[in-house]
Design a protein around this ligand. Structure first.
Ligand code: COA
Length: 381
């Protein structure tokens, strides 16, 4: 597209502020720090609902009745177990493979073993969505066992997605507080409008490619350090700094070197991310419970310094890092956990895209040369 006709240019680099889809799934008000799912405030859902209820809400637009919720939970639990072929294949992966790469590969190959989930009509797409949502946690937890030379733990069909994930990871049930915190973490990460990975899933779904392909692309996008990968990097940063006393000098140097402070800043929020409000609380709760307050205190100090120095607020990844750390979850599983939750938003957006599809095909502003003449290779300098 020529510069004359370009509707957007450098001003919209990264498509900031560009409305690229209509959706009734979720909305972010970046000025006021409000996040809603299908009209419900995230604070209300975090206080009262469960992850399964939220999944139903994202997919159907309404909170479920008791029997609708029960049916969804049963459909999930019937799908908890990953195909034996996938688990067998995972045992052949290099033990040092990044869990996000494993998740992307394994979820992609789930497609081979799904007889019923092909098709972009609502019925088939929901079947695939249930299957992937039911199994993505099983795969993430199984990988942690496999890479440590242990047998994966079979999912317990009586447990929720959150309870099951911690159970399959540890081999025993977590206590009620941790299970509830983890369930709310899944609620908080479920959807966030047209974030990079969700947009990716919609672009793929917009070609009428299948649910598995669209989700696989979403996992690939989520893995990057500027998106879902930030939570792991927050914990690496806290461990690298090591001590509250070292924060000031570490931050000054990092900012001087123009390093991005992980878990800080947001493309849309210009005030407190409402998810961070909950995660700060959970980080403190876990710190008090485990008697290890250092990571929470360090996080608070970095939060304050970044607000003072740069006017920037923590995002969803900032306090989730220390929360998960104190739950004993390995650092490189934080982003897969994000995927275990965000699968609900991705699949909701894919269903919405299929229901009212238009191929997503924007234009580029061409800034290269024109009217050049081909030079034979022998004549090139
Ligand atoms: N630490 C330090 N400086 C930051 C920063 C951070 N986390 N985030 C943004 N900035 C600075 C940039 O260096 C830039 O400064 P400059 O104008 O002097 O060059 C300015 O703020 C704008 O940054 P930009 O990256 O263009 O803003 P954005 O709106 O595109 O950034 C993020 C959004 C999320 C990509 C960015 O804040 C970031 O990289 N954060 C860290 C990674 C992270 O936590 N990602 C998870 C998001 S939920």
């Amino acid at each position: 597209m020529s510069t004359e006709t370009a509707a957007t240019s450098a001003a919209a680099a990264g498509l900031r502020g560009v409305v690229a889809a209509q959706s009734s799934i979720g909305d972010v008000n970046g000025e006021q720090g409000i996040l809603i799912y299908q009209g419900y405030d995230i604070h209300d859902l975090a206080e009262h609902s469960t992850f399964e209820e939220v999944v139903y809400l994202l997919w159907h637009g309404e909170l479920p009745t008791a029997s609708q919720l029960d049916e969804l939970k049963q459909r999930f639990s019937r799908n908890y177990e990953a195909p034996a072929e996938i688990i067998a294949a995972m045992k052949t992966y290099p033990k040092d493979a990044d869990p996000m790469d494993v998740l992307r590969t394994a979820v992609s190959s789930l497609d081979f073993y799904d007889q019923n989930g092909h098709g972009t009509d609502r019925e088939h797409a929901v079947k695939a969505a249930i299957r992937i949502t039911g199994q993505i946690g099983t795969i993430a937890a199984a990988w942690d066992r496999i890479r440590n030379g242990k047998e994966p733990i079979a999912p317990d069909t009586s447990l929720s997605i959150a309870e099951n994930f911690l159970y399959m990871l540890r081999g025993e049930r977590a206590d009620a507080d941790e299970e509830r915190i983890f369930d709310v973490c899944l609620i908080l990460h479920a959807d966030h409008e047209l974030n990079a990975s969700t947009f990716t899933t919609r672009v793929v779904a917009g070609t009428l490619a299948g649910m598995y392909g669209a989700v696989t692309a979403g996992i690939a996008a989520l893995a990057g350090p500027l998106h879902g990968g930030a939570n792991t990097n927050v914990m690496k940063m806290l461990l690298e700094i090591g001590d509250t006393d070292k924060i000031d000098s570490w931050l000054d140097k990092a900012l001087e070197e123009k390093r991005k402070i992980m878990g800080i800043g947001h493309a849309v929020y210009k005030t407190e991310d409402p998810r961070a409000t909950w995660l700060r609380r959970f980080s403190k709760q876990m710190a008090d419970k485990k008697g290890e307050t250092k990571w929470f205190e360090m996080s608070q100090k970095i939060e304050k310094a970044m607000l003072d120095k740069k006017g920037m607020y923590p995002n969803v990844d900032f306090y989730s890092a220390s929360t998960y750390y104190l739950m004993g979850i390995p650092l490189d599983l934080y982003t897969p956990i994000f995927a275990v939750s965000r699968i609900s938003g991705w699949t909701g957006h894919i269903l919405e895209q299929y229901a009212n599809n238009k191929l997503i095909r924007p234009r580029a502003e061409y800034i290269g040369q024109r009217d050049r003449k081909y030079t034979p290779i022998a004549d090139r300098g």
